[in-house]
Design a protein around this ligand. Structure first.
Ligand SMILES: NC(=O)c1ccc[n+]([C@@H]2O[C@H](COP(=O)([O-])OP(=O)(O)OC[C@H]3O[C@@H](n4cnc5c(N)ncnc54)[C@H](O)[C@@H]3O)[C@@H](O)[C@H]2O)c1
Length: 355
């Protein structure tokens, strides 16, 4: 084990959902010497780091990871956590930019990290590289058949990271989180995730919207566990050169998720509304977490019900009302590039009646 204590760390995407919790973990519990967050704030925010930016150990470089300013941030760093990326829905309407950020910029960061002598690199990939589960639980040898450009670009990014280890001996760890949820998760726009969107809708008295039959499933981990796991993996020497799946090992269907949220928002009778299935929506995801556990001893601590209750409480405490948040949700089916008109026609934010 190589402790992070005293290290100079760069976190790309550190103003985002998971990245900002990772910064909390690094500063509060790992006692690093310095964290440099590199984030363009396209989907992240200063607010996510508000508790941290007053700390002299934390600085924000507001830059695109494709820029020289971002690459320069690696000079003098000991550890790089690479999380910056554009999401799955973005990849449907702007696949080229999605690839540039998620794949090409990853290669440029790896090259600069090599030149700068960065001693540990945690490349954060995604379970989306697998596509839908062909067998469960999904171990590291599960075939990779991504269903979206996002999944394909993440697969290219992790392949570059593995190549950096193989060809140059760079100390790279590739980690593939499954679904993460918790405070600061996105409900809004392109980045909106099913759990926060459903909570906001239920808090407004509107039913959950389910694309398809609701039997599609995901493996959800609370973000405090995700942040702790990423830091733990970074400290694990035996993980260098490995690709590690990282999830809770609990399979939750979207229908069960909707039932849980309705119960925990005090709307148990609010039946979901079913819409057309999404193109490219993976059917099933469930991790085989044995490698992660064997390498690091890590197990998630937060039960799903308690985590959802925590997130409901967080949303109730937001300065915006649920109705104001609802106005920022894009509840529409996924649309490929060039179909903005169709997307507009397919908006369904108002589906259902207030209870
Ligand atoms: N949230 C999940 O459930 C989940 C699951 C699997 C993998 N992941 C991975 O975890 C990482 C973090 O995801 P997240 O959920 O926190 O997303 P997020 O969108 O909240 O964070 C990504 C951050 O990257 C920043 N960013 C985007 N493009 C950038 C660019 N060109 N230059 C600089 N910064 C840029 C955004 O502003 C944002 O702050 C990603 O790599 C993602 O693939 C997330």
């Amino acid at each position: 084990m190589t402790s992070l204590t005293g290290a100079r760390v760069v976190v790309t995407g550190g103003a985002g959902f998971i990245g900002s919790h990772l910064v909390d973990e690094l500063v509060e519990r790992r006692r690093v010497a310095q964290v440099t967050v590199v984030d363009s704030l396209v989907n992240g925010s200063r607010e996510n780091l508000s508790a941290r930016l007053a700390d002299p150990r934390v600085r924000l470089v507001e830059a695109d990871i494709r820029s020289d300013a971002a690459l320069r941030a690696l000079d003098g760093a000991d550890v790089l956590f690479h999380l910056a990326c554009l999401g799955v829905r973005h990849s449907l309407h702007d696949p080229m930019t999605n690839h540039e950020v998620n794949a090409t910029a990853t290669l440029a960061l790896l090259e600069r990290a090599r030149a700068a002598g960065v001693r540990r690199i945690v490349h954060v990939s995604s379970s989306e590289v697998f596509g839908t589960a062909q067998r469960v639980p999904m171990d590291e040898r599960h075939p990779t058949w991504p269903e979206t450009v996002y999944g394909a670009a993440k697969l290219a990014g992790e392949a570059y990271a593995r190549a950096a280890f193989r060809t140059h001996g760079q100390p790279v760890i590739v980690v593939r989180p499954f679904n993460t949820y918790g405070p600061r998760s996105h409900f809004e726009g392109d980045s909106g995730e099913v759990l926060p969107r459903t909570i906001v809708r239920n808090l407004c008295g509107l039913p959950a919207l389910i694309y398809g039959d609701g039997r599609q499933s995901r493996d959800f981990m609370h973000v405090t566990d995700t942040a702790r796991g990423l830091a733990t993996l970074a400290e694990c020497d035996d993980a260098i050169g490995r690709t590690v799946n990282f999830g809770s090992g609990r399979e939750v269907t979207i229908a069960a998720l909707a039932e849980t949220v309705a119960r925990l928002t005090g709307r148990p009778g609010l039946a979901p509304v079913h819409l057309e299935p999404r193109p490219g929506d993976v059917r099933r995801l469930l991790v085989d977490a044995r490698l992660m556990h064997r390498l690091t001893g890590f197990s998630p601590a937060m039960p799903f019900d308690a985590g959802v209750a925590d997130l409901v409480t967080w949303f109730r405490g937001r300065p915006r009302t649920p109705q104001q948040m609802l106005a920022r949700i894009e509840d529409r089916n996924w649309e490929p590039a060039g179909s903005e008109d169709a997307a507009g026609a397919d908006r369904v934010s108002g589906v259902g009646v207030p209870a």
